[in-house]
Design a protein. Structure first.
Length: 273
């Protein structure tokens, strides 16, 4: 696992955006295969989306040949609901770029047959050739997507019961009213994420420090689903300084040195060679 430590949230977002752009621009699409990008919602990736939009407006990247699959969606919320992840993605990213609407895939939280919806999502990923790069964030309790502590690391797309801590955390988006927060969500599984060719997980802010510790210095554990990243051949954890507060000084120094060596060897390239 590669660990990239940046000085600030903004620097972390710029790194991730630059990495995504480099991968898109290096990809040669054809009629059978587009670049497939997995995307998250939440506050962490907002800075990345802002950077990507800025680059699109400058003409340095196009999303016309990009297919996206979002990580999750609340059960019971209409796509037009202001707290739905459909609404979030279109307001904060998709409507600002040239992505084709038919290339956007987001789970339907109001599906009448939840199992079929989730099975079809997994099928659609395979039909598009698999996910080339999956971007994700991490919760304070170490969950990725809505794979709460205790979720099988072999899990696939399905319906998950949200942990009370997650409901409490997300209540800030529902006027701090716990009764308004959905208690279930449809989400890609841990294994669904790990099947991607590359995975980038972002962790920023001191609130994510314990999750980063478990992701980097502790063992693989289903109580911290982010730890599955340790098993990915091309997994990258991108952090800011605050998120590394619980790592050993030697660990931080080690990964910073590795990035310095990598940059020198690859003449500044940020690619995972």
């Amino acid at each position: 696992m590669r660990v990239v430590i940046k000085d600030s949230y903004h620097a972390a977002c710029c790194f991730v955006a630059d990495y995504i752009i480099a991968r898109i621009n290096a990809f040669v699409p054809d009629k059978k295969k587009h670049f497939v990008l997995g995307l998250p919602t939440g506050s962490t990736p907002l800075g990345v989306y802002e950077c990507l939009i800025e680059h699109y407006k400058k003409g340095t990247v196009s999303f016309k040949d990009v297919v996206t699959f979002n990580m999750d969606e609340y059960v019971g919320l209409d796509s037009k609901h202001e707290q739905s992840y459909h609404y979030f993605m279109w307001e904060n990213f998709f409507k600002h770029i040239d992505i084709q609407q038919e290339h956007v895939h987001i789970l339907n939280g109001r599906a009448t047959d939840v199992k079929q919806e989730c099975d079809n999502y997994e099928k659609a990923i395979l039909e598009n050739g698999g996910i080339d790069l999956f971007l994700g964030g991490v919760g304070a309790d170490g969950h990725i997507a809505f794979n709460e502590p205790g979720t099988s690391l072999a899990s696939r797309t399905g319906c998950r019961q949200l942990a009370y801590s997650t409901i409490q955390m997300n209540s800030r988006f529902f006027n701090n009213d716990l009764s308004l927060v959905p208690t279930e969500a449809l989400t890609v599984g841990v294994q669904t994420v790990m099947d991607a060719n590359e995975v980038i997980i972002m962790a920023t802010g001191q609130a994510k420090a314990q999750a980063v510790y478990h992701a980097v210095e502790d063992g693989v554990n289903h109580l911290w689903t982010v730890s599955a990243l340790q098993m990915h051949e091309r997994g990258i954890l991108v952090c800011d300084e605050d998120a590394c507060d619980e790592l050993k000084f030697g660990t931080v120094k080690y990964f910073k040195r590795l990035e310095s060596y990598r940059s020198a060897k690859n003449k500044g390239s940020i690619y995972f060679e």
